[in-house]
Design a protein around this ligand. Structure first.
Ligand code: GRF
Length: 212
């Protein structure tokens, strides 16, 4: 039985997608804790309704980023997780935190990395005139929104799109690829090659193309 810890900041729809797939597909895994730095993160309510163990570590109570990250790492370590899933966790993590969990720390970012790291990805893709947008699941390294890519989903940018429409189209794909990436990891199906590439060892497609 593998153990997952999830970190959320907001509504937690990616957390829900993963937790729902885990239950529906009967993965040999359990979610030991859902942790948020925001006491009122919407996803906490859903997690509690599912009977998941939730923890709040309010970042505003800490003097600096290092102190918060140390407390967060100590809490996560209590569950000895195989995988720490950042599911809409909107905080920059210190290098020490990332190194501590390196290789078992996954994130989803709503762009086709390495394009548009950081915030406002959808508006930036629209402003750049991109015809394709998407999302990336990757292992976390100390550089923000950077690290070995596990799977990417691509969606078209359609005439008349605004930020909300594009974000919704991308989010629907996030809910497909993030559970898939987590399932692969927990089943030991991912290989991290020396040059920093991630390969699915049975050759499953590490991309999703959502045609309109
Ligand atoms: C998602 O678009 C995710 O890619 C980004 O923040 C959003 C979080 O959504 N990092 P949710 O909290 O999972 O619903």
């Amino acid at each position: 039985m593998k153990t997952i810890v999830m970190l959320i900041s907001g509504r937690g729809s990616n957390m829900q997608a993963i937790a729902t797939a885990l239950a529906a597909e009967r993965w040999p895994a359990r979610i030991a804790a859902v942790i948020s730095h925001r006491p009122h993160a919407g996803g906490l309510d859903w997690a509690r309704e599912q009977g998941l163990h939730t923890v709040v570590i309010d970042h505003t109570g800490f003097a600096n980023r290092e102190a918060f990250d140390a407390a967060l790492a100590a809490e996560i370590d209590r569950y000895d997780p195989d995988l720490v899933v950042l599911a809409g966790f909107m905080r920059i993590l210190t290098e020490g935190f990332v190194r501590h969990f390196e290789g078992r720390l996954m994130n989803i970012h709503p762009s086709l990395l390495p394009a548009f790291a950081g915030l406002h990805t959808h508006q930036r893709a629209l402003d750049a005139g991109c015809k394709v947008a998407g999302a990336t699941v990757h292992f976390v390294t100390p550089t923000l929104d950077h690290g070995p890519v596990v799977i990417q989903a691509a969606v078209p940018v359609l005439p008349g799109d605004d930020e909300a429409r594009l974000a919704a189209r991308v989010l629907a794909c996030e809910h497909v690829v993030y559970p898939r990436a987590v399932r692969w990891f927990l089943a030991d199906e991912l290989r991290l090659e020396p040059e920093g590439r991630v390969r699915h060892q049975h050759g499953e497609p590490q991309w999703l193309w959502a045609a309109p």
